[in-house]
Design a protein around this ligand. Structure first.
Ligand code: GLA
Length: 720
């Protein structure tokens, strides 16, 4: 709900449990008066009494009681007396980047508008949210900023983005154009971020805020393995189960920055959006630029509460299409089973064995196109390698067995050794006069260009339109250097990175529109582009190339901070660190599948796989629609890790425990969360009966479960 008080000149955005309050001050300054737990008050100006400071903070020339350097600014600009990090810097024709935005008008309406060309949260009915648009204008350059906010009615989420339009008569350059800013009145927070690298994605890091600048960014051309476009500010004492936490996530797959600054007054500013490094956007008179959308969550119930809000929101308001609600097929992927070494018969043999095990889809990974038998060539040549493969026979045979069939693509790449590169050497991302750097033997294809996109899409359409293919795995296996396009004039070269991302979005949009039944899974060397932008097009993303179940604990715990189980690609592989039971128990926390040669399974392993397939079906709705409770995190405990899924009505729960390292003779009681204290639960595996209160407050005695290194155990609780 969004309400405007004419008397107080405040706008209040309420979600079920949070309030976000803007104040319009004399002079047209837009302030952030409050963000946090929901409040009933309609006048929050007393929270912003102190709006000027010592002489070193410049004041508004028309009102010396106001200094933007001290005030909680809603969308702070550069060079006009606020010396903290700014959200917007616009350089005019006269050469300076002083930017000053003042309130013009606002409007409130039900529903949520689309962001053209950009992924975003959506609603299916206007009654699910309210939207506020506040129009600000720089009186000198004529730049107009429309700040767009959506407050959701079914979850504690506020989405924000900004539409910038040049209403002046001269060209301007956007040198930074962030999506959002939040100014908080203290610095007693820990900054939580997810760092990583290939095969070690989304590792949680928590550090107390310190004076000055801190934060994360990507300049790799993708959101990247190195940092996820997510951050949380957890009140210093906040834990998994209690305390105030703000969660921030950017719906974007390219270069981003999330920056926190603590100033000399110990206030904290958080901005997030496109990274200003390597970004500059020219706006001719009349032109507009739309920033990506930023998602904000506040929870007074610790990190667990924050995560569950993100999960519910993304399952409901981000994931789209047929596969939003439809059960995803349990797949087997050929990559770790065969790498490039396969042919039609080998893949058919995988499908035959998979069918016997109850697996529902075969995915043919890298190596089916051009002349590709290793990673040195053929990206860009998206036609079937007929020497290696009879795709028609393969798809028909697999379908005749009742299995679905999927295929791998890497559409944003081009191999120097490819027909496409020989025909169009200027189609790779490059800058004049420099030979592009090479990574994994490949260049990046310039999908910022419409003609290039047309070519790659029509090649994909030839294959996907000719064969009944059910699934595409869309990969992205290097980062972008020498960022430039042959078509961009020098004065627009700072636009390249964002135009590239828009090109990728357009391609994925086209693919999912033309093939609406296709299940799309994104991937980037595992989870190198695991962000809400990609999730708008694909309901699942391959979480990591690391399928070791113990390593996966940290990766999946980190990923779960803001991404739901329904989107996390998790497969059982042949890796030897633990037995198959643990591998399956860990992979069940995700979209589930196999990444191995099914011909090589022993009889015992085949039996375990059949049981796992049964469990996948049995627990599918609980895991995909239930709430996640992280019970013991691998960041806090080196020995044991545990999590659970609880159904919405709290009558059904699945608890999983993994012993990371054996701990002799140590008593282990596991306290559960999220149950109904008054209900009596039966443990399906043992027949024991306990109250929800006992399970949550005394804990379940589990000393003898999963005792040895790498063992796991699952308990299914059903309320009577
Ligand atoms: C990436 C993916 C893998 C596999 C290979 C194929 O690394 O993460 O799963 O698809 O590419 O080259």
């Amino acid at each position: 709900m969004i309400t405007y008080s004419e008397k107080n000149r405040t706008i209040k955005l309420d979600t079920p449990g949070t309030s976000y309050v803007l104040g319009i001050r004399e002079g047209g300054f837009l302030l952030n008066l409050y963000y946090g737990r929901r409040l009933p008050d309609d006048n929050l100006w007393p929270l912003a009494k102190r709006l000027n400071s010592a002489s070193f903070s410049p004041c508004d020339p028309d009102d010396t009681s106001f200094s933007a350097d001290v005030a909680p600014m809603e969308y702070p600009t550069n060079g006009r007396g606020d010396f903290r990090v700014s959200a917007l810097a616009v350089r005019g024709k006269d050469g300076n980047s002083v930017t000053d935005l003042r309130y013009v008008s606002h409007r409130i309406f039900a529903g949520k508008p689309d962001l053209p060309g950009l992924p975003h949260l959506y609603v299916t009915d206007d009654s699910q949210c309210d939207t506020l648009e506040v129009t600000l204008r720089d009186p000198y350059t004529g730049l107009e900023a429309v700040l767009v906010y959506t407050a959701f009615c079914d979850c504690d989420v506020i989405a924000k983005h900004v539409r910038l339009t040049n209403r002046g008569g001269k060209e301007v350059k956007l040198e930074r154009a962030f999506s959002s800013c939040v100014d908080l009145p203290c610095m007693d927070y820990d900054l939580i971020t997810l760092w990583g690298r290939h095969v070690k994605e989304r590792q949680l890091e928590r550090r107390p805020l310190a004076h000055g600048l801190q934060g994360i960014q990507s300049k790799r051309g993708s959101s990247s393995h190195s940092h996820n476009p997510f951050a949380a500010l957890a009140h210093s004492g906040a834990t998994e189960t209690a305390g105030d936490v703000y969660g921030f996530n950017l719906v974007y797959s390219g270069n981003f920055a999330i920056t926190a600054e603590v100033d000399h007054d110990a206030t904290t500013r958080v901005i997030m959006g496109i990274a200003p490094t390597d970004f500059c956007w020219l706006l001719a008179p009349g032109e507009s630029f739309v920033t990506p959308e930023a998602v904000h969550v506040f929870s007074a119930e610790g990190l667990g509460g924050m995560s569950r809000t993100f999960h519910r929101c993304y399952d409901e308001h981000l994931i789209r299409g047929r596969w939003k609600k439809e059960k995803r097929p349990l797949l087997i992927n050929s990559w770790e089973a065969a790498y490039f070494d396969f042919d039609t018969d080998k893949l058919i043999s995988f499908a035959e064995r998979a069918k016997e095990l109850g697996i529902e889809m075969l995915v043919m990974d890298d190596g089916w196109f051009g002349k590709r038998n290793d990673d040195t060539n053929s990206l860009g040549d998206w036609f079937i390698n007929e020497k290696k493969l009879d795709l028609g026979r393969l798809v028909d045979t697999v379908h005749a067995m009742g299995l679905k069939f999927g295929i791998w693509y890497e559409p944003e790449m081009i191999s120097p050794d490819s027909e496409l590169f020989r025909a169009h050497p200027d189609w790779c991302v490059h800058v004049p006069g420099r030979t592009p750097s090479i990574a994994r033997q490949q260049y990046v294809l310039d999908v910022s260009r419409a003609d290039v996109r047309e070519n790659v899409f029509s090649q994909m359409r030839d294959v996907l339109g000719r064969y009944p293919i059910d699934y595409v795995k869309w990969d992205f296996n290097r980062n972008i250097s020498e960022a430039g396009s042959a078509l961009l004039p020098p004065e627009r070269s700072g636009e390249f990175f964002h135009r590239f991302v828009l090109g990728t979005y357009e391609l994925q949009d086209r693919l999912t529109r033309e093939f609406p039944d296709l299940l799309l899974e994104n991937c980037s060397g595992g989870g190198g582009r695991f962000d809400p932008g990609m999730l708008y097009y694909s309901p699942q993303i391959w979480t990591s190339d690391n399928t070791d179940p113990i390593e996966r604990l940290n990766i999946q715990f980190g990923t779960s901070l803001c991404y739901p189980a329904s989107v996390m690609g998790a497969h059982v592989s042949a890796c030897s660190r633990t037995g198959y039971r643990t591998k399956g128990d860990v992979a069940l926390w995700g979209t589930f599948g196999y990444e191995l040669d099914p011909n090589k399974l022993s009889d015992d392993e085949r039996e375990i796989v059949k049981e796992q397939v049964g469990e996948y079906h049995k627990y599918y709705s609980l895991i995909h629609e239930g709430s996640l409770y992280r019970l013991i995190s691998p960041w806090d405990n080196a020995f044991v890790c545990a999590w659970s899924f609880v159904s919405e009505d709290r009558r059904d729960a699945l608890v999983t425990v993994v012993r990371i390292r054996e701990q002799d003779n140590t008593l282990f009681r596991l306290k559960l969360q999220g149950l109904d204290a008054d209900a009596i639960y039966t443990v399906e595996e043992t027949g024991e009966r306990f109250s929800g209160a006992l399970l949550m407050f005394a804990g379940l005695e589990m000393t003898d479960c999963a005792r040895h290194d790498g063992e796991s155990c699952k308990l299914h609780l059903i309320a009577e």
